[in-house]
Ligand binder design. Structure first.
Ligand code: GPV
Length: 816
């Protein structure tokens, strides 16, 4: 809402509306539970946003302007109610209204289940970007999938990860979503391609043998302090009625029967892999379903607005969030060629000026490839089109590098060494007008190591857009005390203009400000400690350093390096009479992909180590280890404001950007990190004195590998490290059951330590010692923490979006 509309907000009418919604839900105010009231609140609020959603959709100025379509298989939006209240500017007045009904707003907000429609950073980035698009009123639609089950819920059984389904809408439905059956489309699969003749021309036409309906649900993305509401449009797979089976010819009847099963399953569950390509048929079906429904909807909007087909790139741009929606490129070509009957060159001129692609990883196991035979069976016409795109592309390669077979091999969309595979990233680069990495270092490595030949062939196509985070959710909403403190000093514009935080730097040496800042931090630590006490029954000392590593569990992120440090602190506390350290609580939170065995072993090891340390009376409250189960957006909102130290310790060259690093720095935590991803740029902003950098950089990693790396050497030469590792093999952490933690030992010893944990251990310990020393000087620490908050304004996702707008999308803001 605009400030003027907020002013006119009718509180008593809203209370009546809440009670009406409560009644419709079948409850009376006298007997309703908190959850019933939360649903009534959500529905009453959604009335307002739905009105603005429809009005934004019908806004003539927006229809005549260029839009971005953000295509992503994941949107990790987190709870919407609190965030939307902030955006609508109604947080305080609704808190009053709810209070007058005898309820507490924060209690009601706790009733909402997180829509966990994403795995980690990639999905969360998409959510931050939608928030920033709406806040700055750059016309946008988000397109995703309406998974029935989001990312699994995690619990621990004697330290081992257990997974349970996340039925996030059950049983009453999600109050913020609006179903749009009128926008339903039919999506085909399998079948064959026919040649049709008309007026002396031949055309190709795909005849699918399986059809599934795509029905969209819209979630409102509410612009901060504006009445702009963009849709996050999520497609749900639904079986066609059995009558449609008549249309299938007898030969394809088995596929048709398959239909019922597949249609019902298609959008049932989010694939729980992060940075890993599992290559399952159902996943490719999800990808095509998402792409085809989205492309269809984009074309519908474009044509309904009265624009010519050929003008598509002037009105619509399609951003591909990693390669997951790549199949949208051949899908648009298919529609233009076969349905609208454009010539190849005409169609390609449109498609190749419409798509742009963001790369989020260099990890080889995450670079998607699909078997050519699977693709040809599931999407026969698309496979033909991919061959044609590749054929024409290889002619360009031949022009540029005549006779260079090696270049042809690495650049081809088809990898023909072994089973023939379609390389989705190559298709993306060829079919897009812009490609970007997500942090300066990452984009450099994309050019230097991943796509050097493409960079030579298409100079300037590969760019950088450094990631960002929305300051609304990740400061204003999750850290109200710090937000108020900042607003007292520099005014209230900063959530929309994060660069203004720089003005906070002038208070970094002010003793009073330092005290207040640290008092806020302490209250946030208390809030987290209370959560830990009531949920995990562990008592924490809020004077301790809160040392936090929260992210997906992955070897490259090196939670096991952190674990080795924790073990060595424990051993020194027990074995070195003169060893002193500031009290510490080391927090972990992470989900492991259910099929990722080593990741699960690392979680198990952390839990076992935590159990031992936390129950060892010799340790007292000098050291505690807390693994918070079921990490999710709403949990991050409690942990991040409480962090003193932010662990960003991936092996250099592996973390494309990271965004948790930005969130914690913004909330006044100091980073301990490698020269990787956006850590490099955080250091540039906050300065060397206010960050703890350690370990090998990208060149150091390369050199060590060239010399020949032997983890054994570090093990033999560093007694602290050796003792920590050996404790994984005996009974220290698994009484009566030696060897249970061997997989973690083996991963860094017998398997060659692929992510160089042992090589970086000594310097990591050194950096932690520096932290221990600095934390004891509270005034110096406060100064550093304040400067982190003050100097990370660059990492607002508003800035990221402006970079996309200016350097790639070329959009104009439409103020409503
Ligand atoms: I590819 N990322 C992710 O969360 N899941 C994926 O499947 C892939 C990438 C992440 C990167 O790992 C982070 O470094 C990055 O900050 C994030 O994407 C957003 O760009």
């Amino acid at each position: 809402m605009t400030p003027k509309q907020q002013h006119a907000f009718d509180k008593s009418a809203f209370k009546i509306s809440m009670v009406q919604h409560l009644t419709q839900l079948g409850h009376a105010p006298e007997t309703a539970q908190q959850r019933d009231w939360y649903l009534a609140l959500g529905r009453a609020l959604a009335e307002h946003t739905t009105g603005d959603l429809v009005a934004t959709e019908n806004d003539q100025a927006i229809k005549q302007a260029k839009s971005v379509n953000y295509l992503s298989l994941e949107f990790l939006i987190g709870r919407l109610t609190g965030n939307n209240l902030i955006s609508m500017g109604l947080y305080d007045v609704i808190a009053e209204a709810v209070g007058e009904l005898g309820l507490g707003l924060t209690d009601l907000l706790e009733q909402e289940r997180d829509p966990s429609l994403g795995n980690g950073g990639l999905g969360r980035l998409a959510a931050c970007f939608m928030d920033s698009l709406a806040a700055q009123q750059y016309p946008a639609v988000g397109y995703g999938l309406h998974y029935e089950y989001g990312l699994f819920r995690q619990s621990f059984d004697q330290g081992a990860q257990q997974e349970a389904p996340d039925a996030w809408r059950e049983p009453e439905g999600y109050p913020w979503e609006v179903v749009r059956p009128d926008l339903t489309q039919t999506i085909g699969f399998y079948g064959h391609v026919e040649v049709v003749e008309e007026a002396g021309h031949t055309y190709r036409q795909w005849v699918p043998s399986l059809k599934i309906q795509a029905m969209p649900w819209d979630l409102p993305i509410v612009g901060y302090q504006s009445n702009t509401v963009y849709p996050l449009r999520l497609w749900e797979g639904r079986a066609l009625t059995p009558f449609a089976l008549d249309a299938f010819n007898a030969g394809e009847y088995t596929h048709a029967q398959q239909a019922d099963i597949d249609a019902g399953n298609l959008t049932k569950v989010l694939y729980p892999n992060d940075n890993h390509d599992a290559g399952k048929t159902l996943r490719l079906m999800q990808q095509y379903f998402h792409s085809a429904a989205s492309v269809g909807d984009i074309l519908r909007r474009h044509l309904e607005a009265g624009h010519a087909l050929a003008a598509l790139p002037e009105y619509e741009t399609i951003q591909l969030n990693d390669t997951h929606p790549t199949i949208a490129i051949p899908e648009l070509m298919r529609v233009l060629l076969d349905d609208y009957r454009l010539g190849w060159d005409e169609a390609w001129a449109i498609a190749s000026r419409t798509f742009a692609y963001t790369n989020h990883t260099l990890l080889p196991e995450a670079l998607e490839t699909w078997s050519e035979s699977l693709m040809a069976e599931l999407l026969p016409r698309h496979m033909e089109i991919i061959f044609e795109i590749n054929h024409r592309f290889l002619q360009d390669v031949e022009q540029k590098w005549p006779g260079d077979v090696r270049k042809q091999q690495v650049l081809s969309v088809i990898d023909d060494q072994g089973e023939r595979m379609v390389r989705m990233a190559n298709l993306c680069v060829i079919g897009s007008y812009a490609v970007n990495g997500v942090a300066a270092l990452h984009s450099q490595l994309v050019k230097r190591d991943l796509f050097p030949e493409f960079d030579a062939l298409y100079p300037g196509r590969i760019q950088n857009v450094t990631n960002g985070i929305t300051p609304r959710r990740w400061l204003k909403f999750c850290n109200p005390d710090l937000s108020n403190l900042i607003s007292e000093k520099i005014g209230e514009q900063w959530p929309a203009q994060l660069e203004q935080l720089e003005q906070v730097a002038q208070y970094a040496d002010d003793a009073d400000f330092q005290k207040t800042f640290m008092a806020v931090k302490k209250r946030n630590k208390q809030r987290l400690a209370d959560w830990v006490k009531s949920n995990l029954d562990i008592t924490l000392n809020t004077d301790a350093i809160f040392d936090v590593q929260i992210k997906r569990l992955h070897e490259y992120k090196r939670q096991h390096l952190n674990l080795l440090h924790v073990i060595s602190l424990y051993q020194r506390l027990l074995n070195e009479p003169n060893f002193d350290m500031a009290p510490r609580v080391v927090f972990f939170a992470a989900k492991a992909a259910p099929g990722y065995e080593l990741a699960k072993s690392i979680i198990f090891a952390i839990n076992k180590v935590a159990e031992t340390i936390n129950n060892d009376p010799r340790v007292g409250d000098k050291l505690k280890v807390v693994f918070i189960p079921d990490y999710r957006v709403s949990m991050a909102e409690i942990i991040i404001p409480a962090a003193d130290v932010s662990e960003q310790i991936s092996m250099a060259g592996k973390e494309a950007s990271g965004t948790g690093n930005m969130k914690m720095a913004l909330n006044g935590a100091l980073t301990i990190g490698t020269m990787d991803g956006a850590n490099v740029e955080i250091r540039e902003e906050v300065g060397d004195d206010n960050i703890y950098i350690f370990g090998l950089d990208v060149d150091g990693v390369t050199e060590l590998r060239q010399k020949g790396y032997q983890p054994e050497t570090a093990y033999q030469n560093q007694p602290l490290l050796k003792a920590a590792l050996d404790s994984l093999l005996d009974e220290t952490f698994t009484p009566g059951q030696p060897g249970l933690l061997r997989p973690v030992f083996d991963s860094v010893m017998t398997s060659g330590d692929p992510y160089l944990c042992l090589a970086d251990f000594a310097d990591y310990v050194r950096a932690h010692n520096d932290i221990d020393r600095d934390y004891r000087d509270m005034s110096q620490w406060a100064r550093k923490a304040i400067l982190n908050t003050a100097l990370v304004g660059k990492f607002s996702s508003d800035r990221s979006i402006r970079d996309y707008v200016n350097n790639i999308w070329q959009l104009k803001a439409i103020k409503r």
